[in-house]
Design a protein around this ligand. Structure first.
Ligand SMILES: Cc1cc2nc3c(=O)[nH]c(=O)nc-3n(C[C@H](O)[C@H](O)[C@H](O)COP(=O)(O)OP(=O)(O)OC[C@H]3O[C@@H](n4cnc5c(N)ncnc54)[C@H](O)[C@@H]3O)c2cc1C
Length: 268
């Protein structure tokens, strides 16, 4: 039976012997308390999660795939949802995210090592956290404070996932040709029209909500990629009112947690 063996020693060699990453990271105020032991522990536990939980799911991924029941209902292959729950409970989505939104604030260097193992062990499953992290980065960089307070804690915890809706039937690489429109409305929101294709993790049963970041053109936008806008849209299920209220009512709580050990699946 095939197995995935995480290349731990290779990663440690590159991180420690080649890059001297711990010493260099500790020069940065936000990573002053990073240690070699912490990095190694994350990589080792991350490797176990990838080898023991994700790798075996390639079989159901290949044999079953996702199934579409109509009305926006997509069921992921056997084991995908349980793996997401373990991923969430183990604190893995929080790894490199901002502590102001519930993240552990670990260096991107450590996150990339983990991501490499996710991709190697199960590329299909890795798309779900991968796109969520892309949407997280976009909101971190460009979101308003209210949007960040509403979306980020839930995306960091893994309660909600995210997508990046960029590609259209006539344009993939050259997004300057995109035709989707974002019309401003009186209440400050945007009416989005257009067609997107190839949207990874666009619908699934892993999380309670999917936050779609949709790239669209403002009415007065010049040609090309300038002045396009990324708007966040809830998934096919409507946004619960409680969540909207929470956006303005609840300040983000800084997390002191730096690392959560991995939750393992029950013995079969
Ligand atoms: C598995 C998968 C997941 C995806 N997930 C997402 C997603 O989550 N969100 C999303 O928005 N999109 C997603 N996409 C779409 C993806 O981003 C596009 O397929 C990609 O950008 C390429 O666009 P295209 O398919 O239209 O190819 P084209 O843009 O038509 O490119 C075709 C070929 O022409 C080459 N080419 C294009 N322009 C130039 C140029 N100016 N000069 C030289 N060569 C050029 C390209 O390199 C390529 O070889 C996904 C695609 C796949 C396959």
């Amino acid at each position: 039976m095939p197995q995935y063996t995480p290349p731990l020693r290779d990663m440690q060699f590159v991180l420690h012997e080649v890059l001297g990453s711990t010493e260099r990271l500790r020069e940065l105020p936000q990573h002053a308390d990073v240690t070699r032991e912490l990095t190694d522990q994350v990589i080792e536990e991350g490797g176990k999660f990838c080898a023991e939980v994700l790798f075996p799911l390639n079989r159901s991924g290949d044999e079953e795939g996702c199934t579409y029941a109509g009305n926006g209902v997509v069921t992921t292959p056997k084991g995908f949802k349980e793996a997401w729950t373990l991923f969430k409970e183990g604190g893995w989505p929080t790894l490199t995210c901002d502590p102001a939104y519930g993240g552990q604030g670990l260096p991107a260097t450590v996150g990339i090592a983990f991501q490499e193992m996710l991709n190697a062990a199960n590329q299909a499953w890795a798309m779900y956290p991968g796109l969520t992290h892309g949407a997280y980065n976009c909101l971190m960089e460009h979101g308003t404070e209210a949007q960040k307070a509403l979306y980020l804690p839930r995306m960091v915890s893994g309660e909600w996932t995210g997508t990046m809706c960029l590609t259209e039937p006539h344009c993939g690489t050259d997004l300057g040709m995109l035709r989707s429109k974002a019309e401003p409305k009186a209440d400050g929101s945007f009416a989005i029209t257009g067609t997107k294709i190839f949207i990874s993790s666009g619908e699934h049963d892993l999380a309670d909500n999917i936050v779609h970041l949709v790239l669209a053109r403002l009415p007065d936008a010049p040609a090309g990629t300038g002045a396009s806008r990324s708007s966040s849209c809830p998934s096919s299920s409507p946004m619960p009112q409680a969540h909207s209220a929470h956006a303005t009512a609840s300040p983000a709580v800084a997390s002191k947690k730096r690392w959560a050990s991995m939750a393992m699946p029950p013995a079969r």
